[in-house]
Design a protein around this ligand. Sequence first.
Ligand SMILES: [Zn+2]
Length: 447
Amino acid sequence: MRLQAGLLAARATGAAVRLAGRGGTSLPGKVLLRAEPQAIARLAARLEQGSVVVSATNGKTTTAAMIASILRLPGTRLVHNRAGANMAGGVATALATASGDLGLFEVDEFWLGPVAGQLEPRAVLLGNLFRDQLDRYGELEIIADRWAAIVAGMSAQTKLVLNADDPLVADLGRKREALYFGVDDDSLALPELQHASDSKHCRRCGHAYAYEAAYLAHLGHYACPNCGARRPTPDVVATDVQLRGIRRAVFTLRTPAGERRIDLPLPGLYNVYNALGAAALCLALGADLDHIAAGLAAVAPAFGRAETLDLGGRQASILLVKNPAGANEVLRTLALEAGELDVLGVLNDRTADGRDVSWVWDADWELLAPHVRRMTCSGTRAAELALRLKYAGTDPERLHVVDDLEAGLDAALAAGDGPLYVLPTYTALLELRELLARRGQAKEYWR
Ligand SMILES: [Zn+2]
């Protein structure tokens, strides 16, 4: 009774927020959970093929989109929460308002315990842990400890898919079977750990790891010289990786089921990691390797994750930056582009961004600085972003501070005619999509 009443209330709420033209992706679920706190468990139990969960600091939305692109090929109907609606309310909204065979849920790293506890998922993919929004979450090791407790409490039937290259994540498989993925490509190794590297100390004994190769922040090939703990040998591997600017990444996917050359229509090594995680999860579910290759080749970028829009005749690529490790990968990718770049950076310090924006000092803007033709800085902390770029070596005459986002966007669009690269923080991305929707320049699908 409580479930039925809650579902009616949730669907009515959903219809009301749609009529009001609001996003409201987690409100119906919150209404449902207020009526029936066990609603996620009860509705998930109706899914014929069960559910899968994806969590990580960076890349959840894109990884889930890749999994969806693969699993839809054999005709699986998915119940899938919308990008960003990744706490209990968003998961409950998806379960209340869609029907399908398999639940695919991206879950905020802080909500993994409560949500996974109710879902009893068939498989859980844990991608990475980076420093993010410290004032909301506290130290990384605390989340890693929390995740270890969650993994220890999972049913033995739940398949665990882990990033071998992230020591914080890889160690979660210490006491149980896991399917590991990782990168094997010496040509990508960085000369040294970047200063945004978050996890430098052995999860078992506290000694500093030694890195044979660091690929992306603290992701790489590592071992502890003190206790001998080392990166597990991955089952699903990317080799011969070629990063092709802001549009694509090509790599060879090696799996126990065979090998395929993957042409990924998304840029950067971070998306190669997302693709590896998606491939490994789908293999764990029994997917066909041809479907995996075709699904990855067909994935469309999610809003703000390297999506390119036509804004009044200019090609604008929008790349979310929200923490040092994620920002570094975007900056590294931009540095691969030819010629000088027009950039709009939008730095906000609203609650969902983390009030503390000192992270911009840890990101390697030095990678971008020599490529800047013109950079417009907007957002509540526009001046601090401009200061950071100045310290990174950008000629101050190329930096323009326009606090208001809409005015900043228009100024950036008016100055030049080539591509524009837009780098917003999380709430800035939300504001940007509201703005573009109001102007009829963004698709509706992200609502
Ligand atoms: Zn150790």
